[in-house]
Ligand binder design. Structure first.
Ligand SMILES: [Zn+2]
Length: 449
C-alpha cells in the first residue's frame, strides 16, 4: 500500500476479475441539475465476470487519508459546502433514517437487535431512542455537523474498513452508501467481522442497475445522466453481484424488497437484509454480467424505439424544425425525416448555408415565415437540449421582423433539457443513442414573447 497517496487499482473489487468492457468515458456530475464534466482519464467499465460497473481506475486511499472520500462527496456541490451539507443531512438523510426506523421495527425489535453501526451518515440514527446507533462517516465537516446536532459520542469519523470496536454489533446498515466504497469486499468482510452471529446487515441502493427507479424529474430513465450519479459512486451493483458479494463473506440473504423514496416523488429504493450465518450454498457471481448487459441493452433499445416513434409522429409536412444545427443532425441520424421541408438553423451560420439533410436544404427564417403565412406550417419543433431560450428568442425576433403572429403556431420541445450534449455517444465501443428523443408542448412561461 502506498502510504502517502492513493493506490490506483484496475481489478474488480467484488469478484477480483481483471477483464473489463469499457462502457464509456467517466461522466462526472451529469444529472438533471445541469452539472456536467467528463473526465477523459477515467472510465466507466463493466467487469465481464460479475457485471459490476466501476469507475476505473479505483482510487484506494491509505488509512490516514480516508477523510478525502468524504470531502470528495461535497466537492461537486457548489461553493457553499456547509449549506449543501446542512440540506443534505436535514432534508435528505433525516427522512431516509426515519424510513429506516420504520423498516427496522418491521424486521426486528430493539430487544433482539439493540446495538447498530451505520456506515456513511452524519449521525441521524444516533437520535433514535430505541435502537442504539453508532455512525461512521469519512467527511470531517459532516461529522462536526452531526456531533453538534445528534449524539455527540456516537457520531464517529472514519470508514468501516479500518474501524474497530470492543463489542460486536447486533446490526449494521449501509443506507445508500455501499457504492461509495471502492473496496466493498473489505467493507463487507469487516461488517461480517463486526457482527455477532445471526446479526443483521441491511443495505439499500436505488438506481437503474438494481432495477429501481432513479431520482429523475419525471420517473423515467430518459437520458444516460439518469443512471450515472457522479464522482463518489465507485460501483454500480446489480441484484446478482451484490448478493454474491455478501454471501461469499458468510452473510445469508434473508429478504429483499423495494420501498418508495421518502425524498424524490418517483424514486424507489431496494433493500437487502442479510444475516450473519454461512449460506448453505452461497450465491455466485455467475449471471451477473449477463444481467448488466441485458439492462444496458434494454435501456438503449428503449431510447431507440421511443425516439423513432416520436420522430415518426412529428414527420409531417406541417412541421418545421428550428434549433441547433448539430441537434438537428442528430435527429436525422435516428430517423431521416421525409415529410419535413422546413429546417432552420437558429444561428443562421453562413458556413452551414449549403448543408443538406438527405436533400433537404437548411431554410432561412424568411422562408419559414412565408411557410407559416401560407398556412402550410402549423407546428415548430425546437431542436435544443440546452439554451432553448436562445432558439425561442431568435424565433420571436425573426417572426416579428417578417410579420408572423407567433401565437398562431404550436411549439414542441424535447421533454427535458439535458447537459449531456449530443444524442449519440460512444457506448460499449459503438456510437449509440444515449438519450430518449421525446417532445412535449413548450411550457407557457417559455413561450417567446
Ligand atoms: Zn467483478
Amino acid at each position: 500500500m502506498n502510504r502517502e497517496g492513493p493506490s490506483l487499482v484496475c481489478a474488480c473489487p467484488l469478484c477480483q476479475g481483471t477483464a473489463f468492457d469499457v462502457v464509456m468515458n467517466f461522466v462526472n456530475y451529469v444529472n438533471q441539475y445541469n452539472r456536467v464534466s467528463k473526465d477523459m482519464s477515467q472510465y466507466l467499465a463493466m467487469c465481464v465476470s460479475c457485471g459490476a460497473i466501476l469507475r476505473l481506475p479505483l482510487e484506494i486511499k491509505p488509512p490516514a487519508k480516508v477523510s478525502d472520500y468524504g470531502e470528495a462527496y461535497y466537492d461537486g456541490c457548489g461553493e457553499d459546502r456547509l449549506s449543501v451539507l446542512r440540506a443534505h443531512v436535514m432534508e435528505g438523510q433525516l427522512l431516509h433514517y426515519k424510513q429506516l426506523h420504520g423498516i427496522l421495527h418491521r424486521l426486528t425489535t430493539p430487544t433482539a437487535h439493540r446495538r447498530w453501526l451505520d456506515v456513511g451518515s452524519a449521525g441521524c440514527p444516533t437520535a433514535f431512542d430505541d435502537f442504539e446507533f453508532t455512525t461512521l462517516e469519512p467527511s470531517i465537516d459532516a461529522v462536526v455537523f452531526g456531533q453538534s446536532h445528534f449524539n455527540k459520542d456516537r457520531v464517529k469519523l472514519g470508514v468501516i474498513d479500518h474501524y474497530a470496536d470492543d463489542r460486536p454489533f447486533d446490526g449494521i446498515v449501509f443506507l445508500n452508501s455501499l457504492y461509495c466504497s471502492p473496496t466493498p469486499a473489505q467493507s463487507i468482510a469487516k461488517a461480517a467481522a463486526l457482527l455477532r452471529d445471526n446479526g443483521m446487515l441491511v443495505i439499500s441502493i436505488g438506481n437503474y442497475f438494481v432495477e429501481t427507479v432513479s431520482n429523475t424529474p419525471d420517473g423515467r430513465n430518459g437520458h444516460m445522466e439518469d443512471i450515472w450519479r457522479g464522482a463518489t459512486m465507485w460501483v454500480y451493483y446489480n441484484r446478482i453481484n451484490l448478493t454474491a458479494l455478501c454471501e461469499t463473506q458468510g452473510l445469508s440473504l434473508k429478504s429483499e424488497f423495494v420501498e418508495n423514496s421518502p425524498i424524490h416523488p418517483h424514486q424507489t429504493i431496494r433493500f437487502w437484509v442479510f444475516e450473519k450465518r454461512p449460506p448453505a450454498k452461497p450465491a455466485g457471481f455467475e449471471g451477473g454480467a449477463a444481467k448488466t448487459r441485458d439492462l444496458l441493452d434494454r435501456l438503449l433499445r428503449s431510447f431507440t424505439a421511443q425516439s423513432q416513434a416520436a420522430l415518426v409522429a412529428l414527420d409531417q409536412p406541417s412541421v418545421a424544425i428550428v434549433g441547433w444545427w448539430e441537434v438537428i443532425d442528430d435527429f436525422w441520424r435516428v430517423h431521416p425525416l421525409r415529410q419535413i421541408h422546413y429546417v432552420v438553423d437558429a444561428r443562421q451560420e453562413t458556413l452551414r448555408a449549403t448543408y443538406c439533410f438527405n436533400g433537404v436544404p437548411l431554410t432561412s427564417f424568411e422562408e419559414l415565415a412565408a411557410g407559416v403565412r401560407s398556412g402550410l406550417i402549423k407546428t415548430v419543433v425546437i431542436a435544443a437540449y440546452s439554451r432553448h431560450d436562445e432558439v425561442t428568442q431568435a424565433l420571436s425576433r425573426q417572426f416579428a421582423a417578417h410579420g408572423v403572429n407567433i401565437g398562431a403556431l404550436t411549439y414542441l420541445m424535447p421533454i427535458r433539457p439535458s447537459p449531456i450534449g449530443r444524442a449519440f455517444d460512444d457506448f460499449l465501443g459503438e456510437k449509440r443513442l444515449v438519450r430518449l428523443l421525446a417532445f412535449e408542448p413548450l411550457l407557457d412561461h417559455l413561450m417567446p414573447k
